[in-house]
Structures are given as structure tokens and as C-alpha cells.
Design a protein. Structure first.
Length: 466
């Protein structure tokens, strides 16, 4: 039986007003109590909450004489190795993401026999449970692929004989299984979405054990199963660059927080996926793509720097694009002169734009990157430079690879689960305390009032009590 509700919208609107009033905190109290909002100090630097050996993010050097921070080209290290050196060292071989995953998990670069064994393990774990695609992936399809990943990861708990065992051997088994399965879940979920929501043909192509993760993603995703050598190489590099980024980024910190409670691997990964789904984290490159589509529509001559500068200033003044005053893909919490991931990805974006005959678009990205940094620094009177971050070029790269926008953030997740897994194991190995930062209560204690003596709350809007 369907129940009928009169004035439901008005009643809910009143509750919304109560929620807004109840949750509002005087902003001056954050200063009074020196609250580290966002776990950052007054300069924007992250508050130290943990230790890690997995990856290191460097955006400035320290002057030995003065002790002052000196802006420098950014550097990213995985288990002590500079990522730029790792990628350069793999130029002679076609693919390296699996090798980087091994490095993040086990702390050292594998020998060739070790890497071959590791790839064989991933190939075995890549197989999904019987009927999982039909019974889980194809049912209740979502338009947001991150939701699909979360749902499928949580459901895999039910297929595990030891889902709650958080011993290191079992957690490693679960981690390797999820790392191997994530590309299939994402790509199959996208095909199911296209079939049921856009009435497209349904094509499910099996992964090939002899192919790398990057190659399998492309052959399973592309309608004809084909891809060029450069396409696979660029995707492989993108996966490497997104595999980890220190312990303090939102989704990895979520991994540490949730793992510290002793919960199971599937719940921990689902929580990390929830964090990455947010547009301030994993969805940032989508905003960059939307911004560039807007720029391309409103700037008549992409080569005219004055016209570009004028329009970018309008964006900063909240007069253009989405009205937020943000130029997406510019700036980073740690990096100053450059984001090393952006520098590397830009190099491959240039190569790919030549193969795809999209050099004009790449030139526009280059111009916006340079001009936007100048405009932001001038507008906000910043002393330190503003560099482009990895999201600036990643969406453009994904578009050239033929990846649909629905899979931009899932591709991030496919890569970052390697880092999440390493950090989860690090948290469990070190047997840390449950992570519980302090919150100060700034409300008022009140006496209980019997229901017949209570009066309606006043809000900024008046509604009928009926």
C-alpha cells in the first residue's frame, strides 16, 4: 500500500532549515580554539598525523642557513625511488604499473622472475566469481561508475571464505584480488550502464592473461578491442602516476582511519572509494574538462593570449564558467614550482596529441596553464607560484585514449587501490591505535523539556504547522 503525504515538500523544507540552523558554527571559534580545519595549520600545511615509508611528496626544500622553505620543482617518491626515474627506467620495456604495484606493496623493485610470478598471481586473481557479472555487475546498474565499484567491492565480501580475517597473509590475498579485479568491474559496469540506460549493444570482452593492466583496460573497453602501442603506454604511465601520493591525501588517509578500526578489507576499500568519488578529490579532472569545453566555446581565437587572459580573468572574477572563481587543475596543497606527475603526463599528452592530430588543443592547454598561473598569482596577490596539478592534463589524456568521462574517476581508483592496499597493510603491520582526532563541543547544555511544554523553533523561513 502506498501512503499519501500532504504537504511533504513543505514539511521537509522545514526540517532542512532546522538542519542548517542546528549545524551552523560561529567561524570565529575555529580561530579562538586554534582548530586545524581540514587537518591543516594556518599556512595550509597538513598537520602531521602519521608516518609512512610508502611514498613521499616534496614541494619545497629547506634552506640550511635560514631554515626557510624554498620553492622547488616537485618530486614524488615511491618506496624511496623518484617516480620520474622509475618511469624513465621503464622506457626500454613497454609497461610498468604492475612493477610499481609490487614496489608499493613489498618495498623493493622485483627481479624479472619475481615480476613474472607476480603477474601470474594477478592474472589468476583477475577472474571474477561465477555468475558475478550477471548477478551483481549487471543488476541495479548505476549512472555513476564509482557507485558501481563500491557496490561490487562490498558484494565481493560475500564471496570470500575469510572476509573478516585481518591477518597480513589474508589481507594481502584480498588486496591482490581487488587490484586484479577492479579494471573488470569498472569496464563491465560501464558497458552495463550503456546497455541499460543508453540502449547500446552489450559487449563483454574477457581479459587476456598475457596483456598488461593498461592493455586489458583498453581492449575490454574499446568497441573493436584495438589500441595503439602509444595509447597503452600512456595509460600505463597514467596508472603509475596515480598509484600513490603520500599518506595524507583524502582517500589514503581514509584508508588509514578505517583500517585502524580493525574493519575488513572490502569495507576499507569501499570507504576509500567513497572519498575518491568526491569532486574535490578524484573527480577534479572532470571539472577541468568542463572548464576547457567552456573556454573553447567562448574564446574565438585560441592563439590570442590577450583574449585567453581576459576570459580566464572573468572566470576568476566569477563572471564566467561555473561562477566559483576557480581555474580547475591549477594549484596544489604541497607542490610549488611544479607537480612532477603533471610534468610527466604533459610530455605523454604531447606525444599522444600528435598521434591523434589534436595538437591545437594541446597548445591551448599549454597556454592556459601558463597564463592561468600568472592570473591567479596576480589576482590573489600570492608570493609563491601557482603550478598546474596532475588533473590539468589527465582528462585530456583520457579523452584522447577514448575513455568515457564516466570512467575517469574509476581509472584513478584502479590505480590508487595499489597505494591504498600498501597503506592498509602498513597500518595493520604497525598495530597503531584507532585514529580518533578531537572535536571540541561549542554548543550549550540544556535542561530537558517535556513534549507538551515545547514551542516550535524559529527559522529564517516560516512554514505552516499543519
Amino acid at each position: 500500500m502506498t501512503m499519501q503525504y500532504d504537504n511533504l515538500e513543505d514539511k521537509l523544507s522545514q526540517l532542512v532549515e532546522y538542519t542548517k540552523d542546528s549545524g551552523k558554527i560561529d567561524l570565529s571559534l575555529y580561530t579562538e580554539y586554534d582548530v586545524k580545519r581540514g587537518l591543516r595549520d594556518s599556512t595550509g600545511k597538513g598537520v602531521l598525523t602519521g608516518l609512512t615509508e610508502i611514498s613521499d611528496v616534496i614541494g619545497f626544500d629547506i634552506d640550511e642557513r635560514t631554515g626557510e622553505k624554498v620553492p622547488t620543482d616537485g618530486r614524488l617518491y615511491f618506496q624511496g625511488y623518484n617516480v620520474a626515474d622509475l618511469i624513465k627506467g621503464m622506457e626500454g620495456r613497454r609497461f610498468g604499473f604492475e612493477e610499481i604495484t609490487y614496489l608499493l606493496l613489498f618495498g623493493s623493485l622485483p627481479t624479472e622472475p619475481q615480476l613474472n610470478d607476480f603477474n601470474e598471481i594477478l592474472s589468476i586473481y583477475r577472474e571474477l566469481p561465477d555468475t558475478f557479472v550477471r548477478d551483481v555487475v549487471m543488476k541495479a546498474t548505476s549512472k555513476n561508475m564509482m557507485n558501481t565499484l563500491q557496490r561490487c567491492v562490498l558484494t565481493l565480501y560475500s564471496y570470500d571464505e575469510k572476509p573478516d580475517d585481518i591477518s597480513i597473509p589474508n589481507v594481502l590475498r584480498q588486496a591482490l584480488s581487488l587490484i586484479a579485479k577492479m579494471p573488470l568491474i569498472a569496464v563491465y559496469g560501464y558497458h552495463a550502464y550503456r546497455h541499460y540506460h543508453e540502449n547500446q549493444n552489450l559487449i563483454i570482452r574477457n581479459p587476456k592473461p598475457e596483456l598488461s593492466m593498461a592493455e586489458n583496460i583498453l581492449q575490454m573497453l574499446h568497441p573493436d578491442g584495438d589500441y595503439t602501442a602509444l595509447e597503452a603506454k600512456v595509460l600505463d604511465v597514467a596508472l603509475i602516476l596515480h598509484a600513490d601520493h603520500g599518506g595524507g591525501n583524502n582517500s589514503t588517509f581514509t584508508t588509514h582511519v578505517v583500517s585502524s578500526s580493525g574493519t575488513d578489507t572490502y569495507s576499507a576499500v569501499a570507504a576509500s572509494l567513497s572519498s575518491l568519488k568526491g569532486p574535490r578529490h578524484g573527480g577534479a579532472n572532470l571539472k577541468v574538462m568542463e572548464m576547457f569545453e567552456n573556454i573553447e566555446e567562448n574564446v574565438t581565437n585560441w592563439e590570442d593570449e590577450n583574449e585567453l587572459r581576459t576570459y580566464l580573468t572573468k572566470i576568476l572574477d566569477r563572471e564566467a564558467f561555473d561562477g566559483t572563481g576557480l581555474i580547475y587543475g591549477m594549484g596544489h596543497a604541497v607542490y610549488t614550482l611544479s607537480d612532477p606527475r603533471c610534468v610527466i603526463l604533459k610530455e605523454y599528452a604531447k606525444k599522444l596529441s600528435a598521434e591523434k592530430h589534436r595538437e591545437k588543443e594541446f597548445a591551448l592547454y599549454e597556454s592556459v596553464e601558463r597564463i592561468a598561473g600568472e592570473c591567479i598569482a596576480k589576482k590573489r596577490r600570492l608570493l609563491k607560484p601557482v603550478c598546474a596539478n596532475v588533473d590539468f592534463y589527465s582528462g585530456f589524456v583520457y579523452a584522447m585514449l577514448g575513455l568515457p568521462k564516466e570512467l575517469y574517476t574509476p581509472i584513478f581508483a584502479i590505480s590508487r587501490i595499489s597505494g591504498w592496499s600498501a597503506h592498509r597493510i602498513e597500518e595493520l603491520v604497525n598495530e597503531g591505535k584507532i585514529i580518533r582526532p578531537a572535536y571540541k563541543y561549542v554548543g550549550h547544555h540544556r535542561p530537558y523539556v517535556a513534549i507538551e511544554r515545547r514551542t516550535p523553533r524559529k527559522t529564517s523561513h516560516s512554514f505552516s504547522n499543519n
